[in-house]
Design a protein around this ligand. Sequence first.
Ligand SMILES: [Zn+2]
Length: 161
Amino acid sequence: MTDAIIGTNKIETEHKMYTDQESNRKEFGTDYLAALDDWGGFKDEPGVIGKVTEIVRFVENELGPVTLAYVVDSAQYVAIRFADNPALGIVFVNRGFVDHRIEIPDSVKKKDEEVWRTELPTSKNSAATHNKIPEIKQTLCENCQMSYPAHLSACPICTGA
Ligand SMILES: [Zn+2]
Protein backbone atom coordinates (compact mmCIF):
# COMPACT_ATOMS: atom_id res chain seq x y z
CA MET A 1 0.00 0.00 0.00
CA THR A 2 1.38 3.40 -0.90
CA ASP A 3 1.14 6.61 1.05
CA ALA A 4 -0.89 8.12 -1.76
CA ILE A 5 -3.63 5.53 -1.34
CA ILE A 6 -3.69 6.01 2.41
CA GLY A 7 -3.96 9.75 1.87
CA THR A 8 -6.95 9.35 -0.43
CA ASN A 9 -8.74 7.05 1.98
CA LYS A 10 -8.15 9.50 4.76
CA ILE A 11 -9.90 12.23 2.85
CA GLU A 12 -12.76 9.98 1.74
CA THR A 13 -13.59 8.41 5.06
CA GLU A 14 -11.74 8.19 8.30
CA HIS A 15 -13.39 4.87 9.06
CA LYS A 16 -11.40 3.49 6.19
CA MET A 17 -8.30 5.10 7.55
CA TYR A 18 -8.89 3.13 10.75
CA THR A 19 -9.43 -0.26 9.12
CA ASP A 20 -6.96 -0.30 6.23
CA GLN A 21 -3.84 -0.03 8.27
CA GLU A 22 -4.34 -2.65 10.95
CA SER A 23 -2.91 -5.62 9.08
CA ASN A 24 0.60 -5.44 10.55
CA ARG A 25 -0.29 -4.04 13.91
CA LYS A 26 2.01 -4.37 16.90
CA GLU A 27 0.07 -5.67 19.90
CA PHE A 28 0.66 -4.89 23.56
CA GLY A 29 -2.05 -6.93 25.29
CA THR A 30 -3.99 -4.78 27.73
CA ASP A 31 -1.00 -2.51 28.45
CA TYR A 32 -2.13 0.54 26.51
CA LEU A 33 0.44 2.73 28.26
CA ALA A 34 3.18 0.51 26.83
CA ALA A 35 1.57 0.83 23.40
CA LEU A 36 1.49 4.63 23.73
CA ASP A 37 5.09 4.63 24.90
CA ASP A 38 6.25 2.45 22.02
CA TRP A 39 4.28 4.57 19.55
CA GLY A 40 6.00 7.65 20.94
CA GLY A 41 3.45 10.18 19.72
CA PHE A 42 3.47 12.00 23.04
CA LYS A 43 7.17 11.77 23.80
CA ASP A 44 7.52 15.53 24.04
CA GLU A 45 4.19 15.92 25.79
CA PRO A 46 3.96 13.42 28.66
CA GLY A 47 1.11 15.44 30.20
CA VAL A 48 -1.18 14.31 27.40
CA ILE A 49 -1.01 10.68 28.57
CA GLY A 50 -3.06 11.71 31.61
CA LYS A 51 -5.86 12.94 29.38
CA VAL A 52 -5.76 9.77 27.29
CA THR A 53 -5.91 7.69 30.50
CA GLU A 54 -8.99 9.66 31.56
CA ILE A 55 -10.69 8.79 28.28
CA VAL A 56 -9.73 5.11 28.56
CA ARG A 57 -11.11 4.95 32.12
CA PHE A 58 -14.36 6.55 31.02
CA VAL A 59 -14.79 4.01 28.22
CA GLU A 60 -13.87 1.17 30.61
CA ASN A 61 -16.71 2.27 32.87
CA GLU A 62 -19.12 2.10 29.93
CA LEU A 63 -17.81 -0.87 27.97
CA GLY A 64 -15.70 -2.99 30.28
CA PRO A 65 -11.94 -3.32 30.71
CA VAL A 66 -9.34 -2.87 27.99
CA THR A 67 -8.77 -6.13 26.12
CA LEU A 68 -6.13 -5.11 23.60
CA ALA A 69 -3.96 -2.16 22.66
CA TYR A 70 -1.94 -1.99 19.47
CA VAL A 71 0.05 0.34 17.25
CA VAL A 72 -0.88 0.17 13.57
CA ASP A 73 1.77 -0.48 10.98
CA SER A 74 1.75 3.10 9.71
CA ALA A 75 2.27 4.29 13.31
CA GLN A 76 -0.44 6.83 12.68
CA TYR A 77 -2.43 5.92 15.77
CA VAL A 78 -2.81 3.55 18.70
CA ALA A 79 -6.05 1.56 18.91
CA ILE A 80 -7.44 0.40 22.24
CA ARG A 81 -10.23 -2.20 22.40
CA PHE A 82 -12.70 -2.82 25.20
CA ALA A 83 -14.51 -5.96 26.37
CA ASP A 84 -18.25 -5.41 26.13
CA ASN A 85 -19.12 -4.12 22.69
CA PRO A 86 -16.77 -4.83 19.77
CA ALA A 87 -18.53 -2.30 17.55
CA LEU A 88 -18.40 0.59 19.99
CA GLY A 89 -15.57 -0.53 22.23
CA ILE A 90 -12.62 0.94 20.42
CA VAL A 91 -10.66 4.11 20.86
CA PHE A 92 -8.18 5.58 18.37
CA VAL A 93 -5.43 7.67 19.89
CA ASN A 94 -3.92 10.08 17.37
CA ARG A 95 -1.51 12.94 17.78
CA GLY A 96 -3.67 15.81 18.98
CA PHE A 97 -6.99 13.98 19.30
CA VAL A 98 -8.73 10.76 20.29
CA ASP A 99 -11.64 9.32 18.29
CA HIS A 100 -14.17 7.06 19.98
CA ARG A 101 -17.58 5.56 19.22
CA ILE A 102 -19.34 6.57 22.38
CA GLU A 103 -19.94 10.07 23.65
CA ILE A 104 -17.47 11.30 26.25
CA PRO A 105 -17.85 14.58 28.14
CA ASP A 106 -16.25 17.47 26.19
CA SER A 107 -16.07 15.45 22.99
CA VAL A 108 -17.56 16.58 19.68
CA LYS A 109 -19.59 14.32 17.39
CA LYS A 110 -18.31 14.14 13.85
CA LYS A 111 -20.77 15.10 11.17
CA ASP A 112 -22.64 12.14 9.62
CA GLU A 113 -20.65 9.62 11.65
CA GLU A 114 -21.18 7.80 14.93
CA VAL A 115 -17.74 8.93 15.99
CA TRP A 116 -16.87 11.43 18.69
CA ARG A 117 -13.59 13.28 18.92
CA THR A 118 -11.82 14.55 22.00
CA GLU A 119 -9.18 17.13 21.22
CA LEU A 120 -6.02 16.68 23.25
CA PRO A 121 -4.36 19.75 24.67
CA THR A 122 -1.14 18.74 22.93
CA SER A 123 -1.29 19.68 19.26
CA LYS A 124 -2.20 23.33 19.57
CA ASN A 125 -0.05 23.98 22.61
CA SER A 126 2.99 22.31 21.15
CA ALA A 127 2.48 24.04 17.81
CA ALA A 128 2.33 27.34 19.64
CA THR A 129 5.49 26.50 21.55
CA HIS A 130 7.38 25.28 18.52
CA ASN A 131 6.34 28.22 16.35
CA LYS A 132 6.95 30.80 18.98
CA ILE A 133 9.00 33.70 17.67
CA PRO A 134 11.86 34.43 20.02
CA GLU A 135 11.07 37.56 21.94
CA ILE A 136 13.22 40.54 21.05
CA LYS A 137 13.76 42.86 23.95
CA GLN A 138 12.44 46.29 23.13
CA THR A 139 13.33 49.66 24.47
CA LEU A 140 11.41 52.91 24.21
CA CYS A 141 12.90 55.88 22.41
CA GLU A 142 12.68 58.98 24.64
CA ASN A 143 12.62 61.18 21.60
CA CYS A 144 9.86 59.69 19.34
CA GLN A 145 8.20 57.36 21.86
CA MET A 146 8.53 54.38 19.49
CA SER A 147 9.94 51.10 20.74
CA TYR A 148 12.99 49.60 19.04
CA PRO A 149 15.15 46.50 19.59
CA ALA A 150 17.24 47.07 22.69
CA HIS A 151 20.37 45.62 21.10
CA LEU A 152 20.54 48.63 18.74
CA SER A 153 22.66 51.47 20.04
CA ALA A 154 20.17 54.16 19.01
CA CYS A 155 16.57 54.55 17.81
CA PRO A 156 16.56 53.62 14.08
CA ILE A 157 13.64 55.99 13.41
CA CYS A 158 15.34 59.04 14.83
CA THR A 159 18.79 58.22 13.50
CA GLY A 160 17.48 57.09 10.10
CA ALA A 161 19.51 53.87 10.39
ZN1 LIG B 1 13.23 57.69 18.20
